[in-house]
Structures are given as C-alpha cells and as structure tokens.
Design a protein around this ligand. Structure first.
Ligand SMILES: [Zn+2]
Length: 157
C-alpha cells in the first residue's frame, strides 16, 4: 500500500476486524507518517487461481470450511485459531500486494501456521488435502471422517 503523503511503501502496524471490514494502521517506511486503511470483508481485490486456470474471488468462507474439516476432532485447535489463520493468510497476501494467489501458495501459508498450532492437523492437510501440485483441494476434499487411513497417521476419531 502506497503512502498517501509521499508515495513510498508502508508497513502494517495493526490489523483489526470491524463491521465495516478490515481496518489497518499503517506507517510509511520513508516519511513515517501514519494512516489507516479499510478493506471490505473478503478483500474483493484478491483472486485465486482455480485448477483450470480461471480466477475466482478469494473466498475466506470456503477456506474456513476446509480448515474446519481438516482440524475436525482436534481439540487443541480452537475455532478462533482457524479464524486467525484465515485472516492472517488473506492479510499476508493482500499486504504483499498480491492481486492473484494460487491455492498452492495459500496452502503453504496455511500449513506454516497450522503446524505451529497442531502438527497432526498440518500432517492431515498435507496428506489428504493437497493435490499433486501442492494445491489445496477444497470442493472435492473428502470429509476427514471418510478419508481412508493414510500413512499410519495417528487416529483422531
Ligand atoms: Zn510517506
């Protein structure tokens, strides 16, 4: 995000969710002035590459549902952790100035964050929810309960 005063790049110092969208406090890297930006929920600017190469708007709800599936029955992962991961991944992409993202880039960001919370869920994502190209499978991802046993991962049922 360009500084409105001098046009230099800026850094986010604080991110808050509000009913109007995401509010970010930013500080300019050059003139050090502070300013605030608002982004509507769902960051309409961010689009995701589908498998067939088409672009679709980033759908945080879809990612949230996939994460809920991946972490099903993992009591160490709280719903607020998942919300934070989704928000954080989206904010990371938006802050990096990304207009489009791939599901494999999103998968990598999610994995890093999930791993810090629960390795079992991260392994489950890696084994059951990534396609051969490392893309996160969403629509066609089998519910955790129906997934066949994989590579001797500990049972979580
Ligand atoms: Zn500036």
């Amino acid at each position: 995000m360009q500084c409105p005063f001098c046009g230099s790049s800026s850094n986010v110092t604080e991110t808050r969710e509000s009913p109007d969208g995401t509010r970010r406090r930013r500080v300019c890297s050059t003139c050090k002035r502070r300013f605030t930006t608002y982004e509507r929920v769902g960051s309409p600017g961010l689009r995701v590459e589908k498998r067939d190469g088409d672009l679709e708007p980033f759908d945080s709800e879809k990612l949230m549902i996939a994460l809920e599936r991946i972490t099903a029955h993992r009591s160490v992962v709280r719903p607020e952790d998942l919300k934070r991961i989704v928000r954080d991944v989206e904010a990371t992409l938006v802050d990096a100035g990304a207009r489009t993202a791939s599901w494999s880039a999103i998968a990598r960001l999610v994995l890093g964050r999930l791993e810090a919370i629960d390795r079992v869920s991260a392994d489950r994502l890696r084994v059951n929810y990534l396609d051969d190209d490392g893309r996160l499978r969403l629509e066609d991802a089998a519910p955790a309960e129906e997934a066949p046993p994989q590579l001797g991962l500990p049972s979580v049922e």
